[in-house]
Design a protein. Sequence first.
Length: 306
Amino acid sequence: MGTPTSSARSAVRGRSIMKRLRPDAARGTVPTSHERPVLHTVPHSSPDRPLPLRLADLAVAACTAQTVLAPKPDPLALHAAELLHAPFASMAEAAMGRPLDRRLREQLGRLGRAGEQRALEAGTGAPGKRGALWSVGLLVAGAAATNCRSDVETCEAAATLARLPDGGAPAASRSPGGRARQYYGVPGAVGQARSGFPNVLGVALPALRQSRAAGASEVTARMDALLALLSTLDDTTLLQRGGSQGLLSVQMDARDVLSSGGFGTARGRKAFARLDARMTRNGLTAGGSAALLSAALFLDFLFEGR
């Protein structure tokens, strides 16, 4: 075999870190016939498809977009995300033409938990998609409720829903992220949603679009968006795995990558290698940042891709 190109080497490094940006997936197998294309561009969903299906298409594409950072995506992770298509479509359908009230909020909660359970029963690592179900699911419902008028209105509608009580939701103490949120006093995914996704609108989307505008590849633009999230977010998965020191070290390393020119430059990739090595050495994952990257990509696919 020939010597890998620099772009190929950076893609492999991207794959390496992304394995640590989501909680460990359950092991299992997917039939060999279950093959999927890798999305290196903004996906397209036919305008002839009903709105709930179009929103679900883009939501699943956003949740699987992490895998474009690797030349050979994990088929198990892709299958896990695809199992979310039906719950996302159901959430969108439920929200169309409905008031943003507690009845809708509780219905969305039931749909999300049923989707998570389905993925668990299929052995595809649903816990790794829990953050995406929460964040992207609310945005799917917000987009359907506002007829996709804008990313800001979608986030405002999602925030309205997130602030409503859901009597069927498990206690925060039952999830690792919830326990970290309570112990460290950080907002976590719940706080992001209730506040209208400030790190998505104000951090990830600007980084993604600025990187693209500067001529970066789609993979590099998405990595820069992820690094922007890592540098600013109080990621509860990082807190759970590495405590305050682990979170701070990753934030500082991510800022170093960005200040060195981002993932697309030679200096940035050297700084990225240090971040990657630290996360490997300390067993750190950043599931919260990965979930918000999926949320940002969903909004980008929906409003920039049309």
